[in-house]
Ligand binder design. Structure first.
Ligand SMILES: NC(=O)c1ccc[n+]([C@@H]2O[C@H](COP(=O)([O-])OP(=O)(O)OC[C@H]3O[C@@H](n4cnc5c(N)ncnc54)[C@H](OP(=O)(O)O)[C@@H]3O)[C@@H](O)[C@H]2O)c1
Length: 235
């Protein structure tokens, strides 16, 4: 059977564990080349050792909250490929759990926005010239049902909800600006067992990776929309 991502050049953040690690595994198996970004060198190294096709996986340690690393990522992608086909903003944090927005520890919202919103914004801006040199370029902002309008009415994880709601807004704005040049989609991976999702989650990171694969294979004309399991969902 032919590989669905043969030769696709992918930059994936949050590749050291959880959904990102399973996306790296699946996409490498589908013939992609993957630059995998994470903050912890130790975890990224351990993750890389579990992957088949190591020749196609390029680990890149970077703390995405540091604006200075954004340019070093651009330089590295330029060195390796000189272009980029697929940018997946998957790294995220959940800085609070049960509290509502005004009761969270000070700094929770700021920390959430840094990783979950500003890092994707800065990285997209830095990598745009490389995406424009890519083939059928696409960006996927990994969002969450927690960040939908309905999700804002649900209890807890307040900063996380707000950061993903804002990421959805960023998806819309960027899709409008880049219409006809780069497709930008928001993606909900569902509730799955990871450090972030917790042990009670019903799904597995492998399920999310399969669902993301279906989403990145949508026709490139599809942009500015929110998907779960390759089905359109409401913002
Ligand atoms: N799990 C769920 O149920 C669920 C549901 C809806 C949406 N999502 C979304 O799916 C995505 C993946 O979630 P997950 O559950 O797989 O999370 P996870 O297991 O907690 O993994 C988070 C990943 O993000 C990386 N990361 C965090 N902060 C970073 C930083 N400052 N710089 C670079 N990398 C950083 C981590 O790297 P280190 O290992 O180096 O820390 C790790 O690879 C997230 O966008 C999340 O919001 C998850």
């Amino acid at each position: 059977m032919s590989k669905s991502l043969l030769g696709r050049r992918v930059l994936l953040t949050g590749a050291s564990r959880g959904i990102g690690l399973e996306v790296a595994r699946l996409f490498l198996g589908e013939g992609a080349q993957v630059i995998g970004v994470a903050k912890s060198a130790e975890r990224l190294d351990a993750a890389a050792r579990t992957l088949a096709h190591p020749e196609s996986f390029f680990p890149l340690v970077a703390d995405l909250t540091q604006p200075s690393v954004i340019d070093s990522i651009r330089v590295r992608v330029t060195e390796i490929w000189g272009a980029l086909d697929l940018l997946i903003h998957n790294a995220a944090i959940m800085a609070s759990h049960d509290e509502e927005i005004l009761s969270e520890d000070p700094g929770s919202l700021e920390a959430s926005l840094e990783v979950n919103l500003l890092a994707p914004f800065r990285l997209t801006r830095a990598l745009l010239p490389l995406l424009k040199k890519g083939s059928s370029p696409r960006i996927v902002n990994v969002s969450s049902g927690a960040g939908t309008f309905d999700g804002l009415n649900e209890p807890g994880i307040a900063s996380y909800r707000l950061s993903k709601w804002a990421l959805n807004g960023l998806t819309k704005l960027e899709a409008k600006e880049l219409a006809g040049q780069v497709s930008i989609l928001a993606f909900d991976p569902g509730w799955v067992k990871t450090d972030l999702g917790g042990p009670k989650a019903p799904g597995s990171p492998r399920d999310s990776a399969q669902s993301l694969l279906k989403t990145v294979l949508l026709p490139v004309e599809v942009t500015g929309q929110f998907f779960k399991d390759a089905e359109l969902i409401q913002w």
